[in-house]
Structures are given as C-alpha cells and as structure tokens.
Design a protein around this ligand. Structure first.
Ligand SMILES: [Zn+2]
Length: 112
C-alpha cells in the first residue's frame, strides 16, 4: 500500500478519492440513454486521488515526481538549512522635513 504526496502542500498520506466529471452531465447523459452508460462507467473507473488537505492532485511517493517532492520537503524542514543571522536593524532615517509648500497666491481667481 503506497502513500501519496500532494503536489501543492506536500502532505504525505492516504489521499481522498473523487469522481471526475459532473453529476449533471451524467444525468443528462442518461436522459439520452446510450450516452449515460459510458459516462457513468468512465466516472467510476477514472476516480482521481486528491489531497486530504487542499484537494489538489497527489502523486505516489515512490514515483519520480513523488521522490522529488519529498526531497524538496526534507530540504525545507531539515536541519541542513542554515539559520540566518539576524540582520542589524536599519539605521534610523532622518526625520523627514515637511516639504516646503509651493507659493500660493492669495488672489481669488473670481476677483478681478
Ligand atoms: Zn495538499
């Protein structure tokens, strides 16, 4: 029994299974009788596995893609990653002087 890894959130575990396609189309297919049968069969046969957390597609852990994702996850969590030293606080910026106001003439444009 293989485990699956999520391609998005890297959750490892048993996936959910979901039917593909839509129930509406299935019903519609059954109204036009012969079309409903292959559609229903296709939905039953082609169940897709999705992540329990985010509902995104999952891949088997022991596949190439799964190993790559797992390695990425290990690199992200592992002790290999160096702890970044705290950067010194940036020097205090000089107090910003209020910009000099442009000269506004006191003349009222409506006044002549
Ligand atoms: Zn996920």
């Amino acid at each position: 029994m293989g485990e699956y890894i999520c391609t998005i959130c890297h959750y490892v575990g048993m996936p959910k299974t979901a039917k593909r396609g839509s129930g509406k189309i299935e019903k519609f297919g059954w109204m036009i009788f012969p079309l409903g049968l292959p559609y229903t069969l296709w939905r039953i046969v082609s169940k897709i596995r999705t992540c329990r957390h985010c509902g995104c597609p999952v891949v088997p852990v022991n596949s190439n893609e799964g190993r790559r994702l797992e390695a990425m996850e290990m690199a992200a969590l592992g002790p290999i990653a160096p702890i970044k030293p705290k950067a010194p606080p940036p020097p205090k910026a000089e107090p910003v002087k209020p910009a000099p106001k442009p000269e506004v003439s006191n003349q009222d444009p409506t006044e002549w």
